[in-house]
Write a protein that binds this ligand. Structure first.
Ligand SMILES: *Cc1c(COP(=O)(O)O)cnc(C)c1O
Length: 386
């Protein structure tokens, strides 16, 4: 059955509403729009931009992404291998701690290796022959409210070396400094962060070859102030004579993906509840973790439009509820719904909890033609468990 299902869809060109569900769809028009903005930042500043694969690892698109930006960054061996194999441009890695069994291969396949502590730096520096070495710092400058789990500057953070622990011995062993403190933020918060970095680390910046400003820059969002970003980059590069790197994840694939789902049933309990063939817990875990309300095409807030429903899932987790949405028409069993902004942090976080099938993956080209590039089946559930 699996085999025939695969061959049935492979090679077929479909429109988005014809795709089997659940299905992630990468929108190449939106992806290219984002990449053009990022490429412009590279061109105007000389800074290098890397895809943070933690956010988006759909390597089918790596050749396209590699035409616009400088490479990939990884959080460990697997992502580093993927970046090397599938994009093959500049490849960086940062991990809160490396395992001794991984470090030699990482040193082979990565251009930059960033350590999180003095102990890790001293333990592994000798093993790194060709890659450029850096350390992550913690500028202890929190600029985000709301999501404490995404704040690496929060008290008690394990991320990066604080100024009080940074010393000449560290500075003498590294080519560069890395910080990552932002999450979905604008360039005014980068400016604030850079002031803290300069205040606390300027003694060492002149001896660095590069400064990596991490991710969390929402560069491709409509209200992002790109000019201020460019001023920030130029200021650091000119003042300290160094190469700036940025490693956004979200900004690369922001709004460039959908999760297409079908309404399996409609039940009643203090209002109408749609049971979908996609799951927050399995396919969009940030909806429950972060938490947030994912955008849904042609919908409104509860009671904003004529028909309000609670959207839920076909898992046995009672709390697997996506949220309340309203529509201008009645929803029927068999209708398709389109969750938006699903390329980032959803596809990389899927799981098969409760034996729920993984969504297929499709690519939509600039003509709106979709092609399925990956399907999953029972074996993908079974193989992970023994
Ligand atoms: C998560 C992460 C990124 C990417 O962050 P986005 O918010 O997706 O832009 C970049 N660098 C590091 C070290 C990260 O942990």
């Amino acid at each position: 059955m699996e085999g025939s299902r695969k061959s049935y869809f492979s090679g077929l060109i479909m429109k988005i509403h014809e795709l089997p569900t659940p299905c992630f769809v990468i929108d190449e028009t939106k992806l290219i729009h984002n990449l053009e903005i990022l490429s412009e930042v590279e061109k105007r500043t000389g800074a290098k931009i890397l895809l943070a694969q933690k956010c988006f690892s759909c390597f089918e698109e790596y050749p396209l992404i590699g035409k616009y930006i400088s490479g990939t960054t990884a959080s460990g061996l697997y992502e580093a291998r993927l970046g090397k194999e599938e994009m093959g441009l500049e490849n960086h890695v940062y991990s809160p701690a490396y395992r001794s069994s991984d470090i030699e291969e990482l040193a082979e396949i990565c251009d930059h290796i960033v350590f999180n502590s003095k102990a890790q730096l001293k333990r592994y520096a000798d093993k790194v022959k060709n890659a450029s070495i850096g350390v992550r710092i913690n500028p202890e400058c929190s600029t985000q409210e709301g999501h404490a789990i995404y704040d690496p500057c929060a008290p008690g953070s394990r991320m990066g070396i604080r100024a009080c622990d940074f010393d000449d011995e560290i500075a003498g062993m590294v080519d560069g400094i890395h910080f990552h403190t932002l999450c979905e933020q604008n360039s005014d918060d980068l400016e604030t962060t850079l002031k803290a970095v300069e205040e606390k680390f300027s003694k060492w910046l002149p001896q660095m070859k590069w400064l990596n400003m991490g991710g969390g820059h929402h560069i491709t969002r409509d209200d992002y102030d790109v000019e201020r970003l460019i001023q920030c980059i130029n200021h650091m590069q000119e003042t300290y004579d160094l190469q700036v790197y940025l490693e956004p994840g979200e900004a690369v694939a922001l709004n460039a993906g959908y999760n297409v789902t079908e309404v399996l049933d409609i039940v009643e309990n203090n209002g109408k509840i749609l049971i979908l063939d996609t799951s927050a817990a399995c396919h969009m875990p940030d909806v429950l973790e972060m938490p947030y309300r994912p955008p849904l095409k042609n919908s409104g807030l509860p009671n904003e439009l004529a028909y309000t429903y609670r959207l839920s899932c076909n898992t046995c987790l009672a709390g697997d509820v996506i949220g309340e949405y309203s529509f201008d028409h009645e929803i029927k069993i068999g209708d398709k719904l389109y969750f938006e902004d699903m390329a980032i942090y959803s596809m990389v976080k899927t799981n098969t909890f409760n034996g729920i099938p993984l969504p297929s993956i499709a690519v939509m080209d600039q003509n709106g033609d979709c092609r399925i590039i990956k399907e999953f089946g029972y074996e993908d559930f079974k193989n992970r468990l023994s």
